[in-house]
Design a protein around this ligand. Structure first.
Ligand code: ATP
Ligand code: MG
Length: 251
């Protein structure tokens, strides 16, 4: 019952927002940043004050993520840019952040892709799983080289692009909202206990401890079972990273 109430509560909030706030939001986008053709993206999945939209700036497709928490957008922007510098091919370009109190949102380039979790649950056959494993190891190497800990390194935060023949062509990491670099302890005070409990769930080292290489190793296990081929060398490489850079929540 509790589950039903919280799910329907989310739906009611989203529908009310679409009915009463959406038009003003679109006006804000066009007036302040010349963002046209704004449309909602999977609105039924919106949660926790965060909403996603598609749009267009000077003919370029963009992806908008709005959030009531400006600190989360700013952190996502800062950490996303840090990663972009180190690993441009596996990152999504952050364009800007709107810091307007009622209309805070972040704007990214739009990536025509699906998430790795969708790939994992799909029945389609894919041919170059090796490429995926290679890219994931490369991403971890880059994250470690700049002491950046993503903390939510899960299949739903990895975007994969495909060509028409079931071949993976690009792999990108998204959602740096909770990422940290050494010395960022203050961020955890904003997040709260429950969200920290859930962050990286199913892929993290242990409760309140994050190690992206460990999360990536879990992902490689699924790649191995989906492909039916050994990717031992990639797993050995990732194993050598585990324990080198981890984040422990200090209350
Ligand atoms: N730049 C982008 N281009 C295209 N699609 C994107 C882009 N960024 C994110 N997405 C899509 O939006 C979804 C949500 O993005 P993100 O993970 O950053 O937000 P979130 O707050 O974690 O939302 P959720 O909890 O619903 O996953 C992604 O799973 C992906 O499908
Ligand atoms: Mg996400």
């Amino acid at each position: 019952m509790e589950w039903f109430i919280s799910v329907s509560d989310k739906w009611i909030r989203n529908i009310l927002w679409l009915l009463f706030k959406y038009t003003i939001f679109k006006q804000h986008c066009i007036k302040n940043f010349s963002i046209s053709d704004v449309s909602s993206d999977n609105w039924y999945r919106w949660h926790n004050g965060a909403r996603c939209f598609l749009g267009n700036i000077s003919g370029e497709s963009i992806f908008i993520k709005s959030d009531k928490y400006l600190w989360r957008l700013k952190n996502e922007c800062d950490k996303g840019k840090l990663f972009e510098k180190a690993c441009p091919l596996s990152s999504v370009k952050v364009m800007f952040v709107s810091t307007d109190f009622n209309y805070s949102y972040i704007v990214f380039e739009y990536i025509n892709s699906v998430t790795l979790s969708e790939i994992f649950s799909s029945d389609s056959s894919f041919t170059n799983w090796d490429f995926l494993a290679h890219k994931i190891v490369e991403i971890i190497e880059k994250l470690y080289s700049i002491n950046l800990i993503h903390r939510d390194f899960t299949p739903s935060n990895i975007l994969v692009s495909l060509d028409g023949n079931g071949r993976f062509t690009e792999v990108k990491v998204i959602d740096f909202a909770y990422a940290v670099t050494l010395g960022d302890e203050y961020i955890d005070r904003y997040i709260g206990h429950t969200s920290l409990m859930n962050l990286g769930q199913g892929f993290k080292l242990e409760a309140f401890v994050w190690d992206d290489a460990y999360s990536a190793l879990n992902i490689l296990d699924t790649i191995e079972s989906k492909s039916g081929k050994s990717i031992k060398d990639y797993k050995v490489k990732l194993n050598s990273f585990i324990g080198r850079l981890k984040w422990v929540y200090k209350e």
